[in-house]
Design a binder for this molecule. Structure first.
Ligand SMILES: [Zn+2]
Length: 237
């Protein structure tokens, strides 16, 4: 049976370091949220200007290509709003400037649900040690959700812009090692793959769709559904 795990959610926001991170991590969940009428917003922290081995490619060209690819992925998923913060790729830090930029977006779009990357470096998982930009984006987002976006006296200049404090209801951190919430994305897997395939400049392997499905099938096994995505969920009272 297909159930919806986010009954009282009207607006959602995903914050990630790079164009394509959200599709790799959360596209099934995002497709499901959109199908249930949730208004989704993506915040992409960096300009994606470093992700190419092509010696002919410039950072400026790459940034433009990746913005277009992310727009296409959002169109496939039905993500309503897409914001690029424009920080330099591979140099992202969990700075106060980044936190303030994320708070500005939280106070603008007022999401009930936030999804972000893990602020932890994983040293125990296969051959992947994590990307510093992902860790920085995760840390800055957690700090933006709690406590900064709800506190009127932090960054008071935002209140001057008319951006009043906002309290997020639920936060999902994309870290499978600490998962306590599983989302059944079986009915949305094809859309999730189609969205990922929009990131043409980042795809070198033809089997990328199969790889995404296999990873979701692997997560699904533990909760006895065909495809799932898992998170550490925090619900704030
Ligand atoms: Zn990334």
């Amino acid at each position: 049976m297909n159930t919806f795990e986010f009954d009282s959610i009207a607006r959602g926001m995903v914050v990630v370091a790079h164009a394509d991170d959200a599709e790799w991590g959360y596209s099934g969940t995002v497709a499901k949220l959109v199908s249930y009428g949730v208004e989704m917003t993506y915040i992409i922290c960096t300009d994606g200007s470093k992700g190419s081995d092509d010696p002919e490619m410039t950072s400026e060209q790459l940034t433009a290509i990746r913005m277009e690819e992310q727009k296409n992925a959002c169109r496939v998923l039905g993500v309503r709003n897409l914001i690029f913060l424009g920080y330099s790729d591979s140099l992202l830090e969990p700075s106060l400037a980044l936190r303030k930029d994320i708070v500005r977006q939280i106070r603008t779009f007022k999401p009930d649900l936030m999804i972000c990357q893990s602020p932890l470096r994983n040293l125990t998982d296969s051959d992947y040690i994590g990307h510093p930009d992902h860790i920085a984006a995760g840390e800055a987002t957690l700090s933006a959700v709690f406590p900064t976006s709800r506190d009127r006296l932090t960054f008071p200049e935002l209140a001057g812009e008319g951006l009043t404090p906002h309290k997020v209801t639920e936060l999902l951190v994309g870290d499978r090692n600490y998962a306590n919430k599983w989302v059944d994305v079986t009915a949305h897997m094809d859309v999730a793959v189609k969205a990922l395939l929009q990131h043409v400049s980042q795809i070198s392997n033809k089997d990328v769709g199969k790889h995404l499905k296999d990873s979701r099938a692997n997560i699904g096994e533990s909760v006895k559904v065909k495809y799932a995505e898992s998170y550490r969920s925090y619900v704030f009272s």
